[in-house]
Design a protein around this ligand. Structure first.
Ligand SMILES: Cc1cc2nc3c(=O)[nH]c(=O)nc-3n(C[C@H](O)[C@H](O)[C@H](O)COP(=O)(O)OP(=O)(O)OC[C@H]3O[C@@H](n4cnc5c(N)ncnc54)[C@H](O)[C@@H]3O)c2cc1C
Length: 239
């Protein structure tokens, strides 16, 4: 019943994402067709166009680039948060069709628990007990779709994610913020590491708003990181 760890792999992405996006942006203002624009927009203009739409919030044009990831070694607690992002597409390993064999399920130990040896040991014992009871249910004729009810938030899962660049920027804004849970933040950081070299001008704008807009919108809940960013300020949309 091993503990497991995060693995993020890029499955596929729009070929030449920034050329496609720049052609889409320029299409709005040009008499030429998109195919000609894709071939002829020079690199410096591409950067200028992308900076302009991202900074001004005209983000529909960056939807033309999309990225698919295979993610393994994450907890059900993470994917429960992840799938709240409705504009993305997800395909997740089923706990109905993929039954745990002999109660031997993979799980994630949160670093805060792993750092405390006694609590870590108790955590592992709990996982073993859950695994044994899961097996008992299966052996008792209970279907995996019901036996899974005893599996914890820590149970490992695998998921394929597709997001376009607009949704990725939105996702990174929220999930790279220190207020986001550590595990999903680490996954978001891995995703950004992968996409940034593929579309550097688009993802130069990725991150929490304290970094990208020099505004922290978290009000009383702010982590305070904005204080260390030159020119940044704390704001609240509330009263
Ligand atoms: C730090 C943190 C704490 C959180 N805590 C909680 C919590 O305690 N409880 C909880 O329930 N959730 C919580 N969430 C989840 C959060 O409320 C959102 O559900 C999640 O972040 C997805 O955001 P989204 O809806 O903006 O994104 P997406 O679903 O990815 O949508 C992207 C954007 O598309 C637009 N959009 C999408 N769907 C619609 C629609 N139906 N109608 C209109 N516009 C739409 C919106 O502009 C939206 O911002 C938390 C999130 C974070 C980052």
């Amino acid at each position: 019943m091993p503990a497991t760890k995060l693995k993020v792999t890029l499955l596929s992405h729009t070929l030449n994402p920034e050329e496609v996006v720049a052609a889409a942006i320029n299409q709005c203002y040009s008499a030429k067709g998109g195919s000609e624009l894709k071939e002829t927009i020079p690199e410096d203009k591409r950067k200028r166009l992308i900076d302009l739409v991202v900074a001004s919030g005209h983000h529909s044009t960056i939807e033309h680039a999309s990225f698919s990831f295979a993610v393994e070694g994450v907890s059900r607690a993470l994917t429960h948060q992840l799938v709240r992002h409705r504009v993305a597409s997800f395909s997740q390993q089923s706990q109905r069709y993929v039954a745990v064999k002999q109660g031997d399920f993979n799980y994630l130990i949160p670093p805060a628990i792993a750092a405390k040896p006694e609590l870590k040991k108790k955590f592992e014992t709990q996982m073993q007990e859950i695994g044994s009871f899961y097996s008992e249910l299966i052996e008792g004729g209970i279907l995996a779709e019901d036996a899974r009810s005893v599996l914890p938030n820590a149970a490992e899962t695998k998921i394929v994610i597709t997001m376009n660049a607009r949704e990725l920027l939105h996702f990174f804004q929220h999930r790279l913020c220190i207020r986001a849970q550590l595990e999903i933040r680490q996954m978001a950081a891995e995703m950004l590491k992968i996409v940034k070299p593929l579309a550097p001008n688009i993802f130069a704008h990725a991150g929490p708003t304290c970094e990208t807009e020099k505004i922290c919108w978290e009000g009383n809940l702010s982590c305070g990181k904005w204080k260390a960013i030159k020119g940044a300020e704390l704001r609240s949309r509330g009263a």
